[in-house]
Design a protein around this ligand. Sequence first.
Ligand code: MN3
Length: 204
Amino acid sequence: MAFTLAPLPYDYNALEPYIDTLTMQIHHDKHHQAYVDNLNKAINGTANEGKTIEELVEAAGSISPAVRNNGGGHWNHTFFWESLSNNPDGTPTGKMADHINAEFGSFDSFKEKFEQAGLTRFGSGWAWLIINKDSGKFEITSTPNQDNPLMDVAEVKGTPLLGIDVWEHAYYLKYQNKRADYLKNFWNVVNWDKVEDRRHKAIK
Ligand code: MN3
C-alpha cells in the first residue's frame, strides 16, 4: 500500500491573511506531494514497504536518508495541516492551559519561547511543543530538516502536540526573510482543540 496525500482539511485560502493561498497551494500540492512520492519510491520493493509512517519515522536512525527525509516530511506536514484552523480558538483552555502555565509561566511566555525556538533553528527545520518522553513534562524543542521528536535520532524525544514548519517554503512568498513575523502570526491559526486532543491521547 503506497502512501497517499490527503486533501487539506480546509480551503487553500482558509488561513488568509496569516498564511496566504499560494503558499498553501504550493506547500501542500507540490512540497508535501513530493515527500509522499519520494517516500513511495524509496520504500518500493524494500523491507520498509507496508510499514506505517510512525514505524518508519521512529526507526529514522536505521533507515535510508531518503526514507528518513521523505517519511519525516510526510508525517510532519500531515501533522502541521491538522494543527491549523480557519476557525481557531485563540488560546488553550482547560488542562492544556494548566500545563502551559505550569511549565512556561504563562501563555505569553510559552509563545515567546516557541517563537524563539523557530527563529533560532538555523536553516530548515521545525519547532515543537512536546511531552518529553523521559520526564513527561511539556517542553519546547526544534529539529533540523524533516526530523521530528518521534525519531530515535532526535536530540529531545517526545510526543509532539504542536509544530511549526520554519522551512523558507512555508513563509517566504508572504513574509520573505521575516521568519519572526510568520511565527508571530502563526498563533492566529492554531487549532487548540486538536492540540488538546493530542494531549488527551498522550496522557490518558
Ligand atoms: Mn514544509
